[in-house]
Design a binder for this molecule. Structure first.
Ligand code: ZN
Length: 325
């Protein structure tokens, strides 16, 4: 099963006709293709990505064709029974956990790569792009400085980097995405990074879903993408201009329909990303065509008949946001 899902009318994997087609072919994936556009448009100094080790030669060739330099960091390998429960300092670990091996070792896995338009940026930036590492049951947490510098190299606006550092603490907040939501006056689809792992105009978590600096960068990227590959631009627009119910990062449902206050009439719904969560409520949502979101619960209706209720853990887990026109 493909982990990332997209709304109806969007292909499972978008294959560009010309521009950057080789990158998608090499990776066998269109995920975060917009980041390559951003680097080539000089809107992002550096990107990081993951490429299957057996596709690396093809990937490096594709990057070369577009004048992009590549640096390989290390090899990430899936270990289904990786037990991290007893690890000292486990709260510093990322949500995704992988076994790590040096480049050139004989494991089958995915290579963490950095890509940039200049060799200098690549050399200067790649040292900041490491993940917290557990060695012999102890975590080496990444320093705040390295996180900050990496955000700068990835081209994230300063307001968003600052915000992220103050509030992106999963141990402290039940839903870290609720904080940018609370700062939002009018959601702007160009700041919609809920769909960042499929199609979006930015990858970072913004300080608000109408952050001016993010919207500026995103609109320049959108212009570039519409120039190089208008069909891809249309797909990003389609994926970002939707309605979402957000339980927490990566636990997000997308809807097509009409919002009226805290009510939503919908005709389609999907779960964005199966990598970490199992889409617990998708069948309930699919049975209905209308819902109401309150601080305590989400009530699902078929027309006026109540079908089911989801009790919210906290008011902020399960907020609704609409990026529609
Ligand atoms: Zn911002």
């Amino acid at each position: 099963m493909k982990e990332i899902t997209v709304p109806d009318g969007v292909p499972n994997t978008y294959m560009p006709k010309n521009y950057l087609r080789e990158i998608v072919v090499a990776k066998e994936s269109d995920l975060t293709l917009f980041s390559y556009h951003a680097v080539l448009a000089d809107l992002k100094p550096l990107l990081d990505d993951w490429v299957p080790v057996e596709r690396m030669n093809l990937f490096e060739k594709a990057c070369k064709k577009y004048g992009l330099f590549v640096s390989k960091e290390s090899l990430f390998i899936d270990m289904p029974f990786l037990d991290t429960e007893k690890t000292i300092g486990k709260k510093y670990m990322t949500t995704t956990k992988k076994f790590c091996a040096p480049i050139g070792s004989n494991y089958l896995g995915i290579v963490h790569v950095f890509v940039s338009k200049t060799k200098k940026t690549l050399l200067d930036g790649r040292g900041f792009g490491w993940y917290p590492l557990a060695i012999n049951g102890r975590v080496i947490p990444k320093t705040r400085y390295d996180h900050y510098k990496f955000g700068e190299f990835l081209g994230y606006p300063k307001c968003c980097i600052d915000f992220f550092w103050k509030y992106n603490d999963h141990n402290k907040y039940a839903n870290t995405l609720f904080l940018p939501f609370k700062n939002t006056k009018k959601p702007n689809f160009m700041c919609n990074t809920l769909t960042k792992d499929s199609h979006s105009y930015a990858y970072h978590i913004p300080c608000s879903f109408d952050c001016k600096n993010t919207a500026n960068l995103a609109s320049m990227l959108r212009e570039f993408i519409y120039l190089k590959d208008p069909k891809y631009g249309q797909i990003i627009d389609k994926c970002t201009k939707k309605i979402f119910i957000v339980f927490k990062e990566r636990d997000i449902y997308g809807f097509e329909g009409q919002v009226n206050g805290n009510e939503l009439n919908y005709n389609n719904c999907y779960f964005l990303d199966y990598a970490l969560y199992p889409a617990k409520y998708i069948e309930l949502f699919k049975k209905g065509n209308r819902l109401k979101v309150t601080d305590e619960r989400i009530i699902i209706y078929s027309r006026s008949k109540i079908l089911s209720e989801i009790k919210k853990e906290r008011p902020e887990t399960g907020f609704m946001i609409s990026f529609g026109d």
